[in-house]
Design a protein around this ligand. Structure first.
Ligand code: NAP
Length: 287
């Protein structure tokens, strides 16, 4: 899978990616760099970020700033923005990608565990939106928010309830600010990814045989998981000026996974051809 946009499509832009040292955040950040952006990656583990920054600079020849930031803490977020501006002059886009999740029956979760996920995913995202938005509005500077949600932000999902509640909140934040802050030339969009292999989402959440048993590719009508570059292409487009008229949108990239779950008869794909033949003959006899 190749990059989609023209070289230089993000030239002159500084983009912050929360959770940009690992997984999907790292892949999207890498493509932003390849398109000419300056990149800030921010999360809690500075050693992981610094290693990622060195690797990304070596892989792309771009400039990467690694910043320790716990997005649950508003002061950390303000500092992340100030340090990014100090290093690169201005911030033009923010990819709210950092998240946490526990897969568990809800009744087994402590209220603290619930708090942890809501604090990272919902509070962390609105902390970043508020701090960056105030800054952009004060500086009269246009900006772009791109928020990573999930498809269960609108359907809900058992066993990941704190995450589902939080991602639904992030989606509401995306749509609300898209309207309210458009007058400041601040756009807000979201991407809802289906299954994309990462350590955070897979090996940690579904350890050992569980990942095999619940093979996500089998749930996807296209019968495969996503490639990171496919997501990076969409993210780069939504960050770039090519999408200047796209605002308040959530784009799903999941091979059709969530729609399949809602289709009452979707599981009939397991019916073998021979049985379809029999059913067709029976129908012809009765009609
Ligand atoms: P990941 O590698 O675990 O990414 C999560 C990132 O969030 C990590 O880099 C982590 O870094 C950071 N983070 C966690 N708590 C933080 C905090 N308090 N402050 C700042 N950063 C924090 O997982 P991923 O699969 O790439 O997920 C990336 C995004 O895609 C998430 O929003 C996830 O919900 C979404 N998503 C993924 C999939 C998938 O199939 N992979 C599907 C749907 C949606 P530190 O530990 O250093 O803080």
């Amino acid at each position: 899978m190749e990059g989609m946009l023209k070289p230089g499509s993000l030239e002159g832009k500084t983009i912050i990616v929360t959770g940009g040292g690992t997984g999907l955040g790292r892949s999207m950040g890498k493509y932003f760099l390849q398109l000419g952006a300056r990149l800030v990656i921010a999360s809690r583990k500075l050693d992981v970020l610094q290693q990622a920054a060195r690797d990304l600079e070596a892989e792309t020849g771009g400039k990467v700033l690694a910043l320790a930031c716990d997005i649950r803490k508003y002061e950390d977020v303000e500092k992340m923005i100030a340090d990014s501006e100090a290093a690169f002059g201005a911030v033009h886009g923010i990819l709210n990608n950092a998240a946490g999740n526990f897969i568990s029956p809800t009744e087994r979760l402590s209220h603290r565990a619930f708090d942890t996920i809501v604090d990272i995913v919902l509070k962390g995202t609105y902390n970043v939106a508020l701090a960056a938005g105030k800054n952009w509005i004060e500086r009269k500077q246009p900006g772009v928010f791109l928020n990573i949600v999930t498809t269960y932000a609108w359907t809900g999902s058992g066993y990941v309830v704190p995450s589902a509640c939080s991602k639904a909140g992030v989606l509401a934040l995306t749509r609300s600010l898209a309207v309210e802050w458009a007058k400041y030339k601040i756009r807000s969009n979201a991407i809802a990814p289906g299954p994309f292999p990462t350590e955070g989402a897979w090996s940690r959440l579904l350890p050992g045989d569980l990942a095999k048993k619940f093979d996500p590719a089998q749930r996807v009508p296209l019968k495969r998981v996503g490639e990171h570059q496919e997501l990076a292409n969409l993210a780069a487009y939504l960050m770039s000026d090519y999408s200047a008229y796209v605002n308040g949108e959530v784009i799903t990239i999941d091979g059709g996974e969530w729609l399949r779950s809602g289709g009452e008869f979707s599981d009939l794909e397991h019916i073998p051809d021979a049985l379809w033949d029999q059913m067709e003959k029976a129908r012809q006899r009765t009609s």
